[in-house]
Design a protein around this ligand. Structure first.
Ligand SMILES: *Cc1c(COP(=O)(O)O)cnc(C)c1O
Length: 362
């Protein structure tokens, strides 16, 4: 089989060694005589495994002791509700930063439970370039409250590398599509959350890293499965978790550790993104509209100047085994998601294909 490169935004590419490991152990996981799909989440072996998964994540991200790690249901969108529900007793007027689609969705969901302040940090310049205000210019409220933002807007391909720090704000970040792609200072945040289907594993398990003082008792009307305290007390097994996703997340964390951790991953990611953006800026056949300081390392978006060729580009790319390149319908164009598991060879193949397509259709 020719090598296939999967550029899908999520569910997305997994490391080949992880897929092989799953295959190898599929029918008899960890000498349990059963498949990982059949095993009880309450079995001693699996419980021990989940403790190891947490330890591995803690060591990769350097998570301080005064943070809990929860493995939740409901994806990132579940957290759009869980965060205001868990924090609203203390913080009724949080700040919500708008930088793109996902941060706007989080704001809209929060409105159901509290009175968030809307703060737009995004500008579209005359030549259609998307510009993000530097953190010190964010027009935030004066309240002592939490501030929600999204460091990587998966759909538009916008990344905020600067860590927002304000005296009177607890920072809450939707790290769904950038977690584990680069180093972050966990202690600068109150809550970091991420769905699994980008850099963690298959869909189904949502990682929430929460500072202990934010494990408050939510209102009685809040759904129990979103209650951080309950989840903490039950080691994230208040109800049946997605055992398989948890298992694969553990394999991915091991893979990251074996590679040398986030410094190696970050270096690779910088190199991959740079190759692609450099190529994009060398041609006028394709165009990326994000200001260079905020170009995402994980989701590279661009348009064909001959817009009518977009579908042909996507279909032809598939014939060359480059999958999942269609942009999100909201923004159109092309999106190449180049998460941790995308090898640099995949980037070279994509660039070669883009050159070929340009020569043929310019
Ligand atoms: C994918 C994604 C989401 C949505 O995740 P679900 O698990 O489908 O709810 C939210 N925010 C960001 C930044 C994402 O990339």
């Amino acid at each position: 089989m020719a090598i296939v490169y999967n550029f899908n935004p999520g569910p997305s590419i997994l490391p080949k060694v992880v897929l092989s490991e799953i295959k190898k152990n599929f029918f008899n996981w960890n000498n349990s005589q059963s498949s990982i799909l059949e095993i009880s989440h309450r079995s001693q072996k699996f419980i021990e495994y989940t403790f190891q998964v947490e330890q591995d994540l803690r060591s990769i991200l350097n998570i301080p002791k005064n943070y809990h790690v929860l493995f939740c249901h409901g994806g990132a969108r579940g957290q759009f509700s869980a965060i205001p529900l868990n924090l609203k007793r203390k913080f009724t007027q949080p700040d919500y930063i708008h930088s793109g689609y996902w941060s706007l969705c989080a704001f809209q969901e929060a409105k159901k439970y509290c009175v968030p302040t809307y703060v737009s940090v995004r500008k579209v310049l005359q030549d259609k370039t998307i510009f993000i205000e530097p953190v010190k210019k964010w027009n935030i409220s004066t309240n002592y409250t939490y501030l929600h933002y999204c460091p990587n807007e998966t759909i538009e391909g916008i990344e905020i590398f600067e860590e927002p720090i304000f005296d009177n704000k607890i920072i809450v970040g939707d790290f769904s599509s950038t977690i584990l792609s680069r180093k972050i200072n966990v202690e600068k945040y109150g809550i970091i959350y991420a769905c699994s289907q980008k850099n963690i594993g298959p869909a189904g398990i949502t990682v929430v890293i929460v500072r202990d003082d934010l494990l408050m008792q939510p209102n009685i009307q809040s759904p129990s499965i979103l209650n951080y305290q309950l989840l903490m007390k039950s080691n994230s097994m208040f109800n049946t978790p997605s055992v398989f996703s948890w298992y694969v997340a553990g394999l991915v964390f091991k893979w990251i550790k074996n590679l040398g951790g986030l410094s190696v991953i970050e270096k690779n990611n910088k190199k991959k993104a740079k190759l692609l953006y450099q190529y994009l800026s060398s041609t006028d056949f394709y165009k990326n509209y994000v200001i260079s300081s905020h170009q995402s390392r994980m989701n590279v978006t661009f348009h064909l100047t001959k817009n009518e060729l977009t579908n042909l580009f996507v279909d032809t790319a598939e014939k060359y085994k480059l999958l999942g390149l269609k942009g999100h319908s909201l923004v159109g164009g092309i999106r190449a998601s180049i998460y941790n598991a995308m090898p640099i060879k995949g980037i070279y193949c994509l660039i070669n294909f883009m050159k070929y397509f340009e020569e043929k259709f310019r």
